[in-house]
Design a protein around this ligand. Structure first.
Ligand code: AMP
Length: 283
C-alpha cells in the first residue's frame, strides 16, 4: 500500500490511474479505524478498480469547544488495518498542505440541509465537511466515494453538494456497522468510560423502541419524541441534544412518520461524549 502525504503527489497518482484506465473509489475518513471504516473500504473495492482512503482530521469541521486536539489518532495501526482491507493508497495530508497560507474558499450547502440536527449545535461543521470533501474529490479524482449512513446528515449534504456542483462522483451509502449489542461503531466510542457504555446503548435502544411503537400503530412524531426522550433520560448521565423525525432526503421534519422518515438522534453521555445514531422506523 502506498502512503501519500502531499496533495500534488496524490493527484499525480490519480492521473496515472486514469491514464491506465483504472477507476478509483475514495473513502474519506478521520482515521482511528474500526470495523465500520474497514467495511466501507471493502465496499469501495467493489465499486472501482483501486481504492484510496484519505485520513485527515479536518480542523475546519471542529468547533472551538470541540475535540480536535483530543480526537483519537494511531497512524501505524490505521496503516496496517487499511493495508489488510486491500487499500491501494492511504492519503494522509498535513493541515498546512490542505489549507496553505491565503486559503479563503468555503463550500456551504444550503441551510435547508445544514441548520438543523447536528448543524444546530455545531455551527460551521457542515461547511467544513463540504469544503474538505470537495477538495478531496478534486485531489483524488474518484469515480465513486463511499460514506456511512451513520453520519446521515453528512451523507445528505455530500449528495446535495455533489449534484449541485456537478462533481461527477458516484456517492455510495453504506449501512451503519454496529457492535453486537447495537452500539453504532464510532472512533468517539473510545471516549466512553466503562460505566458509560450502558448509557451509550440508549441511542440504538431508542431506535428499537420507536420501531416497536410504530409497528403497534403509532405515527405521531410528537408522541414518539416525548416517549423516546423519557426513555433515553432513564439511562444515567444522558442528555438529549436532539430527537428528530425527518424526511430522508430533504431532512424536513415529519409530523406523521412514514416509510421515508428517518429518526435521527444525538445524545451527550456524561456531559462530554456526544454520540449520534439514526435509522428508519417503518420498513
Ligand atoms: P469518520 O472517520 O468518523 O469521519 O468516518 C469516516 C466514514 O466512515 C464516514 O463516511 C462515516 O459515516 C463512516 N462511518 C463511521 N462509523 C461508521 C459505522 N459505524 N458504520 C458505517 N459507517 C461508518
Amino acid at each position: 500500500m502506498l502512503i501519500i502525504h502531499h496533495p500534488a503527489a496524490m493527484t499525480a497518482w490519480a492521473k496515472e490511474q486514469a491514464k491506465a484506465g483504472r477507476s478509483i473509489a475514495l473513502v474519506p475518513t478521520m482515521g482511528y479505524f474500526h470495523e465500520g471504516h474497514l467495511s466501507l473500504m471493502r465496499t469501495a473495492a467493489r465499486h472501482a478498480d483501486v481504492v484510496a482512503v484519505s485520513l485527515f482530521v479536518n480542523p475546519t469541521q471542529f468547533g472551538p469547544q470541540e475535540d480536535l486536539a483530543a480526537y483519537p489518532r494511531n497512524f501505524e495501526r490505521d496503516q496496517a488495518m487499511a493495508e489488510g482491507a486491500g487499500v491501494q493508497v492511504l492519503f494522509a495530508p498535513e493541515a498546512a498542505d490542505m489549507y496553505p497560507a491565503g486559503f479563503c474558499t468555503t463550500v456551504t450547502v444550503g441551510k435547508e440541509l445544514t441548520d438543523q440536527l447536528c448543524g444546530a449545535s455545531r455551527p460551521g461543521h457542515f461547511a467544513g465537511v463540504a469544503t474538505v470533501v470537495c477538495k478531496l474529490f478534486q485531489i483524488v479524482r474518484p469515480d465513486a466515494a463511499v460514506f456511512g449512513e451513520k453520519d446521515f446528515q453528512q451523507l445528505a449534504v455530500i449528495r446535495r453538494m455533489t449534484a449541485d456542483l456537478n462533481l461527477g462522483v458516484e456517492i455510495v451509502a453504506h449501512p451503519t456497522v454496529r457492535e453486537e449489542d447495537g452500539l453504532a461503531m464510532s472512533s468517539r466510542n473510545t471516549y466512553l468510560a466503562p460505566s458509560q457504555r450502558e448509557a451509550a446503548l440508549s441511542l440504538s435502544r431508542a431506535i428499537a423502541l420507536a420501531r416497536k411503537m410504530a409497528a403497534e400503530g403509532e405515527r405521531s412524531a410528537e408522541r414518539l419524541t416525548a416517549e423516546l426522550r423519557d426513555f433515553i433520560h432513564s439511562f444515567p448521565a444522558t442528555a438529549v441534544d436532539y430527537i428528530s423525525f425527518v424526511d430522508q432526503d430533504s431532512l424536513r421534519p415529519a409530523e406523521e412518520i412514514d416509510a421515508q422518515t428517518v429518526l435521527a438522534l444525538a445524545v451527550k453521555i456524561g456531559g462530554k461524549v456526544r454520540l449520534i445514531d439514526n435509522g428508519k422506523v417503518l420498513a
